[in-house]
Design a protein around this ligand. Structure first.
Ligand SMILES: C[S@@+](CC[C@H](N)C(=O)[O-])C[C@H]1O[C@@H](n2cnc3c(N)ncnc32)[C@H](O)[C@@H]1O
Length: 372
């Protein structure tokens, strides 16, 4: 079956890529003698190989941009495929949660939400349009390119009377929690700290714990100053431990899970006008970064030790002359839903619940809802 032989090729390419041998991976793909152009007759696994080949070419020419520097591919991805039903359910759930949390907060001050890693506001903006609360919104987002467009949308919603105001902070979650004075910016208190698929970007465990503790401190401060019953709410995928971005990166089950899931992901965009942008600009770079040892080594020395104990090579191959370093961008650290609950509880949250949101090709989506 084509998929079986394509899986074997995928596996080979991934091994070469993991060993930092981009040239070897490209040579292997070229040796398969598959025509470069994608046709309607191609199986999705053949399309996957063709798109990886294109990606490696661009990467070897040193032309890849860090993820989210260019907003267009991400926007095309997030507004298509299974993201459409996912975000519809997500915004409806956020609206319900805001409404129920607002019932226990003071009606004298605006309902206040801090959205961290807001991106283009795919979850936040539709929720605002549905909500009757006229809230005050804080946003935090490290990518200035993306944040600028979101802030102009918030300005428009404010002038339409949908918001009572907003304040954007161009910073990462780690930057917020490492700044001793950052709580002062929220002295008026918040009712909700929300995140949708951005908590996974805190790939270093120490940073994740520090950030979650910071969120809890902010919510406790808000509880006393604003007389509210605030919550931390975070949407994430329930991803099997074996598929997570930590060593051993080349575990057979991990490569298989990533191969099979990304075939489904590609399939969702296959015959749409934005296919090339989504796949070359977002899906393939994200997928390849899952095998990038250079990035994984940055996550933690502890993980690297695990990897060494498992006998993995750590990009020790000598680079060919002039060969560029891989630079795929953001690495995530995903978890099973139970592991997410565990992390939040370890940061001191008193009550943590899970709410199922939607099935999705990368994993089922759940909302983690936590009381400080
Ligand atoms: C998958 S997108 C989700 C965006 C948005 N929350 C949504 O649901 O549409 C992840 C977002 O997290 C942001 N991000 C990446 N690293 C981050 C960090 N360390 N702290 C906060 N946000 C981060 C990215 O720039 C991006 O906007």
């Amino acid at each position: 079956m084509a998929t079986d032989s394509n899986y074997a090729s995928f596996r080979e390419i991934i091994h070469l890529y993991h060993d930092d041998d981009l040239v070897g991976a490209l040579q292997f793909l070229d040796g398969l003698n598959i025509p470069p152009d994608i046709t309607d007759e191609d199986s999705t696994s053949t399309v996957l190989l063709k798109t990886i080949r294109k990606h490696l070419r661009v990467q070897l020419q040193g032309e890849t941009l860090p993820l989210y520097m260019d907003a267009d591919p991400f926007v095309a991805f997030i507004r298509g495929g299974g993201n459409v039903p996912l975000y519809t359910s997500l915004s409806a759930t956020l609206n319900q949660l805001w409404t129920s949390i607002s019932q226990t907060s003071s009606p004298l001050q605006p309902f206040t939400v801090l959205d961290v890693g807001v991106g283009t506001g795919e979850a936040l903006l539709p929720t605002l349009r549905q909500s009757h609360l006229k809230p005050f919104i804080y946003t935090a987002e490290p990518s200035a390119a993306i944040h600028t467009t979101t802030l102009s949308q918030l300005a428009a919603l404010e002038s339409d009377g949908i918001l009572s105001g907003y304040n954007g902070i161009t910073a990462s979650a780690e930057a917020l929690s490492s700044d001793r004075h950052s709580l002062e910016q929220f002295a008026g208190g918040v009712d909700v700290v929300q995140m949708t698929f951005s908590l996974q970007y805190l790939s270093q465990h120490r940073e994740l714990t520090r950030y979650l503790k910071w969120v809890r401190e902010l919510l406790l401060q808000s509880k006393s100053t604003k007389n509210t019953n605030p919550r931390f709410i975070s949407a994430e995928f329930d991803v099997p431990s074996v598929a997570n971005d930590h060593p051993p990166l080349l575990a057979e089950q991990r490569i298989k899970y990533i191969f099979e899931s990304y075939l489904q992901g590609l399939e969702e965009y296959r015959f749409t006008p934005t296919f090339a942008a989504v796949v070359q600009g977002f899906l393939i770079p994200v997928m390849m970064s899952k095998f990038d040892t250079n990035l994984i080594e940055q996550i933690s020395d502890e993980s690297a030790d695990d990897d060494r104990q498992n006998g993995r090579k750590h990009g020790k191959r000598r680079k060919r002359d002039g060969e560029p370093k891989k630079k795929e961008g953001s690495l995530t650290r995903e978890r099973t839903k139970e592991e997410w609950v565990n992390e939040v509880q370890k940061a001191g949250f008193s009550k943590v619940e899970l709410k199922f949101i939607e099935k999705y090709w990368w994993g089922d989506c759940y909302m983690i809802i936590a009381e400080p």
